[in-house]
Ligand binder design. Structure first.
Ligand code: BGC
Length: 831
């Protein structure tokens, strides 16, 4: 039986259209891409924050509520005795029509009931600390309609963590002001905060509420606020308890008439000496200015057009025309969009990440970089500096930092020995995209301590050294707390259910725990580092100053040689001690026992080391890569993708930690952890196996899943999720943890650079596709360092890999790198 569908793609408008509000899970979108952000579900649930979802939460949201997704920006429309919401929730009054369109940083929700249509466009204008909500009400009947419209937002008391906990204080701190049609939230403004929020509408109001209990009623739900049900605002004033903001507006519409109401939810910061305009009265000057910018339909429409233009520009940098809609829509729209969102949020705020638990991850953010560096390189540059500034002098790093303070912390653990390598991964991607070597000369501190600055290049060097200085008995990298797989806790030995696997003290002393994943990662990033040093030597020779990051040509060459040797040694160590016969081992445990070996009863094979060691091409000539890839296919593959390990662990192993804490088929215990599927896919392309690469790729490509499995998959069909339940789970194919996942960047990196094969390199664009035999021709337009390349790849005989000939503007070039040059160019690639 065909599955029920909840929506469809609208590629021309770059939207996903949801046609039934009862999606199997809230299907959300993100507004804002700079400082002010909102999460919005298909029923208008969600919340807003400024920069930091923990420390500057503007509106309140309760996670894991009953029912699901309660709380958001709600509009109640009272038409006679009927009360309804354009997004169906919270009243859940059956609508005559419903549609939610999630687009690039905007969402439009339209509902209609009894001849009235309400369409609300939500977006955060560029460079603006506010969410616009433009509501268009239309009377589609033959009679005049008088409607009572109530808006609703609930303020969070800024710190999202204490907001949920510290009620003995919270219930006494709430403060508001009301001025005209604007409700101001100023809790804690009297003391150390210099920021406030406001909610306004561009029309005169006939009443308001700012106290939740007065508006809703103590024992009522969002679905039946007393004030709305009675059609009478209370004009309540919050003192402590829970401050809210609700406008009451009476609207009369003649037959066919429509009217716009523009609501604005904003955030303002004042200078310390300009906080008040009178005793206890907040200085509203900046709010007034902000409100004036969006108080007419024309102004709002112009801001919306600007936002769309912004996205046009971002998405025009790389476009593909392949004749396959499912591929094109992911490459041209949704994959790139998800990368941008992941860049903005790291793993902090989604419907699976509370915004409180995690800030910006060191490894996560470096990987996210490859997903958006082509679009906003200046922000990528800043991101690299921010990340590197949290590193320690020995190359180790904080695992995360808070976006507001940019300071590293150990809240989610530290001592993950893969972390340092990722800095090289991110930085190399940035330089290859931009050609900006000057970033390496930037002076970057350790642990944000002024006075400790060294060049970014030095940071890269100590990152490499951190691996070399932490090798185990087999000369493989010691794993530390864990590597990329946070849950493979080989030094943890936890029997206490009250301690976290990530933050509890590790047994480092005497540990023999080594990681084959870090080994592969080290070879990949080590080769990158060597190539970078060689390029720097060349640049040093050519540049007028004779040096870039303080070193001369021969120093870079010596450094390249030193690292090449370390890479070669690692290669050997993997072949000698990391090969299990049919695949790469995953690790050695604390005691030096094998993990991910045929000798083990469960967890015989793991994906991470197959991915990284094949990406690194370790043993490629000897056929090890082919074998490892075949084994992955045989043992890890299922209909929904490649599982992380097989067989799943069926009992808890104290010497392995969290991985074995999950039931079979979920998360790191044999879930399809989408993030690492691209590693194998890239490995396949390194081995030239285009058909296999494509088959693995499309299994987790949202557009392919969308066509088949909207109900089973549950989560948003337009973006990747972190994890899909694996073959050992109760419901294989069920997705979880959507949106914020390294999968986004890795899917992008894989398809753009390894499948379609357009790879930024120091001297130009390297062309090296790896295709399924069915791909006969496609076109890519790529903007790169001032040039625009229209590239046609011709593959008439259905080869999987190997470029025969490239012509640029009609002239054949030697090699496979299109040299940089400004202006438009026609490139033809023959496979
Ligand atoms: C974390 C990553 C980690 C992955 C695998 C994700 O939730 O953000 O840093 O590599 O899980 O454990």
């Amino acid at each position: 039986m065909a599955e029920k569908k909840y929506g469809h793609f609208d590629d021309a408008n770059r939207e996903y259209v949801i046609t039934d509000p009862k999606t199997p899970w809230p299907w959300i979108n993100y507004l804002g891409n700079e400082d002010f952000f909102s999460l919005i579900s298909n029923t208008a649930g969600g919340y807003s924050f400024y920069k930091d979802a923990k420390f500057r939460r503007i509106t309140r949201y309760r996670y894991n509520g009953v029912p699901m997704d309660n709380g958001g920006r709600y509009f109640y429309i009272k038409d006679g005795d009927t009360v309804w919401n354009p997004g169906w929730k919270p009243c859940k009054t059956p609508l005559d029509s419903y549609e939610c369109r999630h687009g690039m940083n905007y969402t439009r929700i339209t509902g209609s009931k009894n001849g009235v249509e309400a369409s609300v466009l939500f977006f955060v204008p560029l460079h603006t600390w506010a969410e616009v909500q433009k509501m268009t009400l239309k009377n589609q009947t033959e009679e005049a309609k008088t409607l009572k419209v109530f808006s609703f937002a609930e303020w969070c008391l800024w710190n999202a963590a204490t907001d949920m906990e510290n009620f003995q204080r919270n219930f006494s701190t709430g403060e508001v002001e009301v001025e005209g049609s604007t409700i101001y939230h100023k809790t804690e403004y009297r003391e150390r905060r210099n920021h406030y929020a406001f909610y306004t509408v561009n029309t005169e109001i006939q009443g308001y509420d700012t106290d939740r209990e007065s508006f809703i009623g103590l024992y009522n739900e969002f679905a039946e606020p007393e004030a709305v049900m009675e059609g009478k605002p209370r004009n309540s004033f919050a003192h402590g308890w829970s401050p809210i903001a609700s406008h009451y507006i009476e609207v009369t519409l003649q037959p066919g008439e429509s009217r716009d109401l523009i609501f604005l939810l904003g955030y303002v910061e004042n200078e310390q000496d300009k906080k008040f305009s009178a005793k206890k009265v907040i200085n509203k000057e900046k709010a007034h200015q902000l409100i004036a910018k969006f108080d007419t339909t024309e102004k709002v429409d112009a801001a919306f057009a600007e936002l769309n233009q912004y996205w046009d520009n971002l998405l025009n940098i790389f476009t593909v025309k392949s004749g396959n809609d499912k591929l094109d829509r992911m490459v041209n729209i949704w994959n790139q969009y998800q990368c941008m969102i992941t860049f903005c949020m790291s793993r902090s705020a989604s419907f699976f990440e509370s915004g409180i638990g995690r800030g910006m991850g060191f490894r996560d953010s470096n990987q996210d970089l490859v997903g958006f560096v082509h679009q906003i390189p200046t922000r990528a540059r800043q991101r690299i500096i921010d990340i590197a500034s949290t590193q320690f002098p020995d190359g180790g790093c904080y695992h995360q930092y808070q976006p507001l303070t940019k300071r590293g912390n150990n809240d989610i653990g530290g001592g993950f020995n893969d972390d340092p390598c990722w800095l090289i991964f991110g930085t190399v991607a940035y330089i290859k995209e931009t050609g900006d070597f000057s970033i390496l000369a930037e002076q970057v501190p350790f642990d944000n301590q002024p006075g400790t600055e060294v060049s970014l290049f030095e940071h890269l060097k100590i990152s490499m050294n951190h691996v070399i200085n932490n090798l185990g008995p087999h000369k493989l990298p010691l794993i530390g707390r864990a590597d990329w797989n946070d849950c493979l806790n080989l030094n943890c030995f936890s029997w206490d259910p009250n301690e976290s696997f990530q933050t509890t003290e590790n047994k480092g002393e005497g540990s023999k725990a080594e990681s084959l994943m870090i080994a592969g990662l080290f070879v990949v990033t080590g080769k990158d580092y060597v190539a970078l040093c060689k390029q720097l030597a060349k640049e040093a020779l050519e540049s007028k100053e004779g040096e870039i990051a303080g070193l001369a040509e021969e120093d870079y060459l010596t450094e390249a040689e030193r690292m090449q040797q370390a890479v070669d040694e690692m290669n050997e160590a993997v072949k000698q001690h990391g090969w299990d016969g049919e695949w790469f081992l995953r690790a050695y445990d604390f005691f030096g026992n094998k993990i991910g070996s045929d000798e083990n009863e469960e967890g015989k094979i793991f994906i991470e080391s197959q991915g990284w060691c094949t990406m690194a091409g370790i043993g490629l000539e000897e056929g090890l890569c082919d074998k490892a890839l075949d084994s992955s296919k045989k043992r890890l593959e299922c209909e929904h993708g490649l599982v992380l390990n097989n067989p799943a662990y069926t009992t808890y192993h104290v010497e392995m930690g969290e991985i074995s804490s999950y039931p079979e088929g979920y998360k790191e215990n044999a879930g399809i952890f989408c993030h690492n599927n691209p590693w194998v896919i890239i490995g396949e392309t390194v081995a030239g196996r285009g058909n296999d690469a494509w088959s693995h790729y499309t299994k987790i490509l949202p557009s392919y899943v969308e066509e088949k499995y909207q109900t089973l998959h549950k989560v948003e069909p337009y973006v990747n999720c972190q994890m899909v339940a694996g073959k050992d789970a109760a419901k294989p194919g069920e997705g979880k943890n959507s949106w914020l996942t390294g999968t986004a960047a890795w899917m992008w990196y894989t398809v753009s650079e390894f499948i379609l094969g357009i790879k930024p390199d120091y001297e130009g664009l390297l062309i090296d596709p790896c295709l399924p035999s069915t791909a006969k021709e496609y076109e890519v337009t790529r903007k790169f360092r001032g040039g625009e390349y229209h590239i046609t790849v011709k593959n008439p005989s259905g080869n999987q890999k190997g470029v025969k000939q490239i012509t640029v503007d009609g002239t054949p070039i030697s090699g496979t790198i299109i040299p940089c040059s400004e202006g438009k160019h026609e490139v033809v690639v023959e496979m």
